[in-house]
Design a protein around this ligand. Sequence first.
Ligand SMILES: [Zn+2]
Length: 1010
Amino acid sequence: MNKKKVLLFIFLLLSIILVAQSNKNNIQPNACGADNLIQILRKNPAFSANEQKINAQIRLYNLSLQSARTIKYGRANAKKNGIDKSSSVSPITGIIFIPVVVHIINSNPESVTNQMVIDGIKELNDAFSHQGTYSVDPLGVNTGIQFCLANTAPDGSLTNGIDRVNSYYENIDVDLESGALATLTQWDPKFYANIWLVSSIKGEIPPTVFECGIWQRVGYGGYASAGGGLVVSSLSGPLVAHEMGHYLSLLHTFQGQNCANADCTLDGDLVCDTPPDRSTKSSPCNSPENSCNTDTISGPFTKDMPDNISNFMDYGSPCPTVFTQGQSDRMHAFLTVFSGGSLLNSDRCNSPCNGAIMAKFNWYSNSHPVVGDVVNFNNTSTGASNYEWYVNGVLAATTQAFSYKVTTTATYVIKLLAFNASRTCVSSYTGNVMADCGVLARFSPDKRLIASASVIYKDPVLFQNTSYGATNYQWFVSDNTGANFSNAGTTKDLLYNFLLPGIYKIKLTATKGACVSNSGTYTLTVLDPKQDGSISIFEVRCYNNDSIRVVFGINNNGYDTIHAGAVVGFYDKFPGLPNPQKLNNSFVLPTDILGKCSATFTQIIGVSKPKQDSLTLVFDENNLLDELSETNNTAFIQKFQFKIIATPNDTTVYTNSTLSLLVQKKSDDPISSVIWSPTTGLSCTTCVNPILSVTDTVLMKATAKNAFNCTDSATAYIKVFPIDIGLDSSGIDCFKNDSLLVNVKVCLKNGYTKLKNKVEIEYYDNDITLGAANKLGSVFLDPSTVFTNGCMVSPAIVKMTQTPNVSIFINRPLIPFELQTANNALHKKYIPFKLIAQPADYDAFRGEGFSVNIVNQGDTYKNLLWTPSEALSCNNCLSPVVTTNVNREYKITGSNKFFCTDSTFVHVKTYYRSHLALPNVFSPNRDGVNDYFYVIAGKEVATVKEFQIFNRWGERVFNNKNTKPNEYLGGWDGFYKGRLADNGTYVYYIIITLLNGTTEEVKGNITLFR
Ligand SMILES: [Zn+2]
């Protein structure tokens, strides 16, 4: 190949991208080979480099576009769709028209009419402009891209953009013939989008998978590559739109199938407003799958979005109607960078002239001429009056009809120009006539991936011979390394059994006489079909307390069927540990398990050790099966036994409080039922979380069963804080002089409201804990004692203390037990009931009132009495006012309310306020009134030193010395010499001595009268 041809070859690869619709039942509507094709294309370094370059250019274009964006969506709408307002879209100005040529590759090309093609393009345009049947979904946008059937042919003349080729490539094999269509016919991809419409596409879209004995093979609907072209198996709107999307550089929305979204411009489909998607599965339009949760890592989404299953670039949606703005931007960017924007600026949608002329011819009568044939061209042009026929660019005829003899194995390019007489409007039609010796070797396998080997699992492949023109065939099949071809048969089709796994190559030689054609070589991967059992444990449950119930799965990871009869053994330890014990009977597989399929079984296994808690399952324990892998034949599980735990396990709470109990499974085995005991105080006795009303310490036991009648129990030890009995306060009164009445306030703490046993309160005259003390008495509180709001007052009459103390103790033996004992004793001072005259002696002036005071100690008096009651302002109060002329003695007697008594005395002495108060008359008749004449003096007079009285005759009738004043016995009683003296006036002479030692003389008269 010269350099030019190499470039052309690469370009052809680029332009050959495909999508198709197969007749197979399991095909998905949009099943597309673009990914497979691109993997093949990328093996060419030039393609890979170009693809990367274009993607980088698209990205740069879009990033710069983004910075110039304005908000197209309303904010509310954008928010509803989970799109951040800061990234949104750019308005599209104007409509881009892409010229399209439709190549109809068919054994009956006229069966696809021009109108069918026009309708198909109309459908495609609706899809790209979000109109008509595609207008409903709000996620879709008008891409501003439209397609026209080209009106200007590559040579500049008039065309209708429809090309028809009668070819056996209408059924094209993607693996063997992907380049064939472009050699049949292609218009310059710089200026036209080439659409090849075939009848079917043979191939399988990877990955081809095997499930439960059945291969899931997905056929092609179409394929395409960016800038290359589209191959479609129908003109279905969604199919063509999907492949056209690829052609304009879009990738599948699930591209990568890995949810990657570190940078939405570099991950997945390289488009930011299509949510990350890893699924090719179909889901209902109104209930889209959400296969990725990476949506918000980069890009416009502010919340996790469902997959955009309505996108044209997704698979299998029943409702493909959407290109997003981001996809639209990417297509615009691609058009900008692809081939220098040649498609963007192509003017081939325009008609070069206004004429009702259309050039058209065919050579259906000999579509595959042999060298030496004369090919007759059937001119079906319309509207023309003149014609020019060109062969390989050389004018060959100007007639209406044309025949040409092909003389060598080559492609002859036949072009017809049709025009009117003035040649103002010229239409052209071009066809490639391929002449050879008349044989083409082709075939297609009916399977593209198998698992097969001799005896084990044979899966023959039918190689369907699609050759043209041959009479004899020779098949060649390599060994399982792809080398050493050998003859495999001469039948038309080849049904072949591959007896060893490996990579095979298959080719076909077709001949007719001397004409020989060699097919392309097909490479087939044959997998090892062995069975491969693996075992997994899904669930182990205790069963009837003496067995275990095992739910396990056997998975056949291989292809061949695992037949009924395979054995699973059960052991009590992990394999490899010493002395494993085989349990019960082995399990014998009751049914076949097909390749890549699994089955679940349940087995009850008796265990000799109760509560055995480890288990190993061994598949194919006797090692009878030939498997792909023997290392996945065991499964181990432990700690599966039914166990429960009760909470709180051990706690201390206040009595008369409530507490939530809970029983939970401790292993994976769920609780089926539970019974609590004892039942007292429980809100329910068979629920897992009862409320317990706590009155006393209790050991709660929960006994539970699993679904299979296994039991386990657990306890919750609920303790209550011990009672705390406290002496709060007391009052002490004297009682009947010889006793005390003690009222003590007793309170229960820590939530208690009553006593459970008799408790003694003891009374002592001192703190018994400090030394000797005498017990004054005691009382008992019994369990019937009522405590109101936790407290009560206990009265007791005890012996009178002989100390100033009363010490009260409660519950000294600590029965019931108390933690807190500081409040179990109360020490009080006792003050006896007393009345104290303070002072007891008073000196007073005669006739002048003064207060006396009695101090009341201990209990407050209830009754009080002064005796006598004369000269008192009150005789029952503590501080009466006394007004008297004479000396007095009072006895004050009182009692408290509990009949304790006390008494005291008050003495009053009276004085004159001046030195002396001497009368001038007295009447000594012994009537008790004024019978004496004596010295009445104030307090300052200490003694009467001289007291002498004389009658009118100068006789001294009375003489006394050194007496006390105010003492009438120290005075004159009116008698003289044994008889009462006469009435009359007498003279007295008195000398007094004052307290300060001085003396004074007093003289005067006194009249004796009787
Ligand atoms: Zn696709």
